[in-house]
Write a protein that binds this ligand. Structure first.
Ligand code: C2E
Ligand code: MG
Ligand code: MG
Ligand code: MG
Length: 279
């Protein structure tokens, strides 16, 4: 398959590669159409305060409702969207839908939207965010944007300026998937983030003393910087307990809920949060 491509350029003419390229082109055409028809759906996964069990925010996660293939996960279409330049449009659609949905949630709940580094570099992210807020009527303070360390790789001065403009609007910025890839605690100090989300890979290894030691220093630094901390990908009660012992106040993961469609979120997660608020 594609790994042969680098070995010999004559493979470009193989029927196998042609089929792969065709499939890819079809996917791209279908994705363009799906965005245009607004067939990208937004699922939501709660971020829970471990001490109270209350939902503090929900993360918007894109799903493609494909007419024949069913629900396609973001890992299969976000990279395609990034390569063919559809990510800005796709991102704006998710942003618009998430802001509109958030207007129908209790107003102490924030909505978090993932951003691609390409959206940040596009030059019109601030306008898109302002538009989505104005269009929905959502308060700036209820929107959170999640970025990854990758935004610090290219054109990082421009990206930092854009992030600063977003912060000045009143929007919060979270550093997602912290600890994978580029590693480096210095990214935490590169920008006044509101929140850091500790990658699932740490939570998977939280039973090991080395992991606990590393997490301990991340937590300490985050607290010094006044950042709120989320443990991502919490799946078991044991992990919840270990995360809490480390002084991490927020958790997200299948233990609490998988990402669910908006309608289901209203029925389950948020009803719970309101029930507890009343009690
Ligand atoms: P992410 O932003 O780090 O989102 C967390 C991912 O981990 C989600 O996968 C979520 O379903 C999954 N997850 C949460 N808790 C657990 C758990 O306990 N166990 C396991 N195994 N997985 C868990 P999902 O929805 O497939 O999204 C994958 C990635 O795709 C996201 O990672 C994000 O980077 C990207 N993505 C999703 N929606 C968008 C979007 O609208 N725009 C952009 N640019 N990227 C998006
Ligand atoms: Mg995220
Ligand atoms: Mg993440
Ligand atoms: Mg991730």
């Amino acid at each position: 398959k594609s790994k042969n491509a680098g070995r010999n350029c004559f493979h470009v003419y193989s029927p196998e590669l042609k089929a792969e390229a065709d499939q890819r082109n079809i996917l791209e055409i279908e994705l363009r159409e799906a965005i245009w028809r607004e067939e990208i759906e937004v699922f939501y996964q709660p971020v829970v305060e471990l001490g109270t069990g209350r939902t503090k925010s929900v993360e918007a996660l894109a799903r493609w409702r494909h007419c024949t293939r069913g629900l396609i996960p973001p890992a299969e279409f976000i990279p395609v969207a990034e390569e063919c330049g559809l990510i800005v449009e796709l991102g704006n659609l998710v942003l618009a839908k998430a802001c509109r949905h958030a207007m129908m949630m209790p107003d102490d709940i924030k909505v978090a939207v993932n951003l691609s580094a390409l959206q940040l570099a596009s030059g019109n992210l601030v306008d898109s965010v302002m538009y989505a807020l104005a269009d929905s009527g959502l308060a700036e303070t209820r929107l959170e944007l999640e970025i990854t360390e990758s935004v610090f790789l290219a054109d990082s001065q421009e990206n930092l300026k854009t992030l600063e403009r977003l912060r000045r609007l009143g929007v919060s910025i979270a550093l997602d998937d912290f600890g994978v890839g580029y590693s480096s605690l210095s990214y935490l100090t590169a920008f006044p983030f509101n929140k850091v989300k500790i990658d699932k890979s740490f939570i998977d290894r939280i039973g090991r003393s080395e992991t606990v030691a590393v997490l301990g220093s991340i937590v300490q630094l985050a607290k010094t910087l006044n950042l709120s901390i989320v443990a991502e990908g919490v799946e078991t009660y044991e992990q919840v307990e270990k995360v809490r012992l480390l002084g991490i106040a927020l958790g997200q993961g299948y233990f609490f809920s998988k990402p669910v469609p908006f309608g289901e979120l209203l029925l389950q997660g948020l009803a719970e949060s309101e029930r507890q608020a009343v009690a």
